[in-house]
Design a protein around this ligand. Sequence first.
Ligand code: SF4
Length: 428
Amino acid sequence: METAIKETIVEQCKAGKIPEEAKFIASTENKDVNFIVKEIASGRIVVLKRSPKNSKFVGIGHGLRTKLNVNLGTSSVGEISEEVEKAKIAEKFKIDAITEMSMCGDIDKIRENIFKSATMPVITCPIYQVAAESFGKNNGFKFNDGEILSMIERHLKEGVSAVVLHLSMTKEAIQKLKNTKRIDNIVSKGGALTAAYMIENNCENPFIENFAQIMEILHAYDAALILGNVMRSGGVCDEMDELHIGEMKMNRNFANKAHRHGIQVIIEALGGHIAAKNLIKYTKFYRKNIKFPLFASGPVPIDSALGYDHIAASLGAGIIAGHGADFLCCITPAEHLALPTVEDVKEGIITFKIVAEFADAMKYGISERDRVMDEARDLHDWEKQFGLAIDGGERARQKGKNLIKGIGCTMCGRYCAVDVMKKYLNKI
Ligand code: SF4
């Protein structure tokens, strides 16, 4: 390790110092800097940043705006140019973080291009690339712990802000998964790859076995640890079971250990599929038991919206974020069907921008943006409304291309309720 950091951001905050990241988050979130320092020290707020510093800092957690992540990357199909295009869309719509998950093509090149095309923090799941390279040499899951550790360090050295590691996949959990009564077993790719590696090499979880070394690597780059949500349900009929509870306890335990080492931690939970009736109950359960920021991919609350799962997931994500989840992964219309296209990613991003706005309105009340929108609406000030729209007014401009300032739209035409009332209220 070349660039060992002496004191991580957590250690600085625990020592009562005020790191520049905390000052930045305080000013962008309009919070007292002492509050930010206290919450980083306690683990309730995490700051994602690239190392060496060449990106914006993004604060995630207690008292802050709901943040969004976009998943990118090739699977066994996909092109560099498409993935880079998706990163540019994420940049255009000011998404807070990208998770790069490529498993085919020149993976290093994809990451390099994403770093060049987007300024936000980048997250990776290093076991994806280890498995992809091993499969490329026809070795299947016959790689070793050393290769996994080297890949974690390689990614961090390039500037990755956080890595997703799946510590809750143990030998005992694999046996339980074999006998589970769930309709859908597990749907976490990182979890499945970790399990296949353990079974193929007859070993325990490589991230647990090498936890001390992983702590050293993360500490050297002051990178964050994201504990993967391996046990999330793959269908709404599969309710919370002992696998969920076991994972929650394990992840909480490892999060506490990592935080004692001065490492920032985000816990993935509440992802996958959660029946609508359980959304609030489960969120309260996780929020009560976990102080660290909660990162969710989904949850989809009904399973029949295939082709429109971004809308179904937006309902689930809005509810859980409104009740305490901090960081959401944008779901696209291609979910469960295909690697998303650039257009799918754009649709997912805009949908989840609405989700984050909704969640913050639930958490913190009506936004200034909505108040100004209401005034502009009353005045038929269309340009002002377009400028305030979540997507920058792109769709609103298409739908309302003939609108004239001060005059109502064609929805009610000459019977525009706003104008009728203004005119007639003035008569009395
Ligand atoms: S015409 Fe109807 S929909 Fe359009 S601005 Fe007036 S009240 Fe609103």
